[in-house]
Design a protein around this ligand. Structure first.
Ligand SMILES: *[C@@H]1O[C@H](CO)[C@@H](O)[C@H](O)[C@H]1NC(C)=O
Length: 411
């Protein structure tokens, strides 16, 4: 283990099974904070970032090396004894295994998807280690109500300001760069925190737009309908526990329950089914996914102009993707989705874990990498910035520059 990560425990796991850099930034969860780390010049595999996530009772800190996930638990109690630390870390380890679904062999799934699908084969090496998180359904539901007509950076801002506004800080912690700056961490607020009549207006003033009303009404309905249905077993509210029971019923029944909430249409419901309710074959479909299906998976339809997403078409697209990818179609879809994000345009092209070379060598290395990039990325028609360069799926799919320009409206 690297000497700069003292206080962390190691969980052996290769990056092909889990890439934190990809999974925590690809639009599944919006509450992870990434901090760049000073690299250890002695150790080529020293972690590049620390990632932090605030649960109700603790902050989980993660780092990744080529062979391990390093984890550390921080709770408000400033001086836990050795037994308490042992217990906390054991609990955190259980949470990690559940949250990252580590019982699922991702390398096996990649092999299967690659053998069934040429498009997947074209992107799988650059986008390795992208697995589905098993999120808390309540947080997942509210985050994806925020996601309608929105982009990742703005959803992230919303979810973070929601937490800051409606749940008290759990603790403060120095940032890992040694600058002495402290960050304060807020858990995601429970449903009952969002039921007050003022919530809608307040969220509007925080920039949530029409989603403010949806969030408030969904929280209210959830608490009113399921607030007392189950005796609390831990610190979670009964309505949160009820949401988790949707894991145990069929996809159709669980979807029907989700669609009862305000601001939840088929796509949002499907995101929740896939990302927190264990429905691995559910593929959330939008017009963009439709376009991919037309161009690369033989679906009929026009690539010009927008088509109405009817329930029938939605169903056909899901069926198609399950045919292509199988029982874990929703997981495969998220790899493809990530490869198509502008923020991932350079992902997997630069060596993330190499130590910092001396400044001169650094410059040389940079220019070589840029040359590589130019070779890999087809020249875009207009002056490109990083955020405007082609996405990996576009490259894997050999889209013409003109087609890529059209797709650029999607962030
Ligand atoms: C996200 O959306 C906001 C508001 O519509 C916009 O101002 C911002 O530029 C967008 N960001 C990205 C990265 O597309």
């Amino acid at each position: 283990m690297t000497s700069l990560s003292t206080g962390f425990r190691a969980l052996p796991l290769p990056i092909i099974q889990l890439s934190l850099a990809a999974v925590l930034k690809c639009g599944q969860s919006f509450r992870w904070t990434a901090y760049p780390l000073k690299l250890d010049p002695e150790d080529a595999s020293s972690p590049t970032h620390e990632y932090r996530f605030c649960l109700r009772d603790r902050v989980v800190c993660l780092r990744q090396t080529a062979t391990n996930i390093l984890y550390r638990t921080v709770q408000p109690d400033p001086q836990p004894n050795a037994n308490q630390r042992e217990l906390r870390d054991a609990e955190t380890l259980l949470w990690l295994k559940d949250y990252f679904q580590l019982d699922v062999d991702l390398a096996f799934l990649y092999e299967e998807w690659g053998s069934r699908d040429k498009v997947f084969l074209g992107i799988q090496d650059r986008f390795s280690g992208i697995r589905m998180l098993r999120q808390d359904p309540w947080e997942n539901l509210i985050s994806f109500i925020c996601s309608s007509n929105n982009n990742i950076s703005r959803i992230t801002k919303m979810v973070q300001s929601l937490s800051k506004e409606y749940s008290p800080p759990l603790l403060s912690l120095p940032t890992p760069d040694g600058s002495g700056v402290e960050d304060t961490y807020h858990p995601f607020p429970p449903p009952s925190a969002l039921t007050h009549p003022d919530v809608s207006a307040r969220l509007r003033s925080l920039g949530f737009g029409y989603r403010a009303e949806f969030i408030h009404r969904t929280a209210k309905m959830l608490v009113e309908t399921h607030g007392d249905s189950i005796q609390p077993q831990d610190s979670d509210e009964p309505s949160e526990q009820w949401l988790r029971t949707l894991r145990d019923i069929s996809t159709e029944d669980a979807r029907a329950e989700l669609l009862k909430f305000v601001g939840v249409g088929r796509k949002v419901a499907d995101c929740v089914l896939l990302m927190s309710l264990d429905k691995t074959d559910v593929v959330p479909v939008d017009t963009h996914v439709h376009q991919i299906a037309i161009k690369h998976y033989g679906m009929k339809g026009s690539t010009k102009g927008k088509m109405n997403m009817t329930p029938k078409l939605y169903e056909e697209l899901c069926t198609k993707f399950v045919q292509v990818w199988g029982q874990y179609a929703g997981w495969a879809h998220s790899v493809l989705f990530t490869s198509d994000l502008k923020s991932f345009a350079l992902h997997g092209l630069l060596e993330p874990t190499s130590p910092l070379p001396s400044p001169v060598k650094n410059r040389k290395k940079r220019s070589r990498e840029m040359t590589d990039l130019v070779r890999i990325l087809p020249t875009p028609p207009s002056t490109p910035s990083v955020s405007e360069s082609a996405t990996a799926t576009e490259i894997a799919c050999n889209l013409s520059p003109a087609e890529r320009v059209k797709k650029r409206i999607r962030k």
